[in-house]
Design a binder for this molecule. Sequence first.
Ligand code: AP5
Ligand code: MG
Length: 213
Amino acid sequence: MNIILLGPPGAGKGTQARHLVDTRGMVQLSTGDMLRDAMASGSEMGKKVAKIMEAGQLVTDEIVIGLIEERLNAESGAGFIFDGFPRTLAQADALAALLAKLGQSLHTVIEMRVDDDALVARITGRFTCGSCGEVYHDETKPAAVEGTCDKCGSTDMKRRADDNEDSLRTRLMEYYKKTSPLIGYYYAKGDLRPVNGLADIDEVTASIGAVLS
Ligand code: AP5
Ligand code: MG
């Protein structure tokens, strides 16, 4: 079962994807995480995208489609979760073609509905474990022991360079201009399932579980 988590920055895509990995053995493909890994490794591509990401703009279709193509294979276990991909109609078409080449298809597109007011608080309060990637929030999901990851015990907690109000404004504008047309695209195909992303994390998890069962 291959699914897309679709929603604006801070909608909770990464949080819910990690839960699906833990509970269903699905494989998370987050283009944002892949691009951040490329930046951390100091690769040419990483250097090229750093400024674009920090400003909150989309990187080119060619780069992200290439990243997904490298990771997509027949060994998807319980299925792929596309987190933050596709983000343009060209990426959506490319994904359909890549899946078809593997004899696979898309099961569902989960649209995580939130309103913009909630997103500033979510984004500015977020921090992540640099070791295992667990996602936290200063208020809604603090670590049990401050500064230590509940999941792996690492003390390497990180905040993202693009998690500030200026960059968020650009990221939201990019979302509405380039990504939100995908809602209509997948609705027309009959694949779209909206969930209320404003509910508590556990309630959103339950709504997604209901959609997938
Ligand atoms: P990416 O990394 O994909 O970022 P994003 O889409 O902006 O989304 P976020 O990761 O910020 O939010 P999320 O929905 O995962 O929320 P999370 O679960 O962390 O992309 C970053 C950049 O990379 C882009 O701007 C672009 O430059 C580039 N890029 C990536 N993919 C690309 C592509 N396909 N094409 C072109 N460019 C691309 O949750 C947020 C916070 O809220 C956390 O603190 C969490 O604990 C908290 N939270 C989560 N759910 C809830 C809840 N229900 N209630 C309360 N708090 C909650
Ligand atoms: Mg994310």
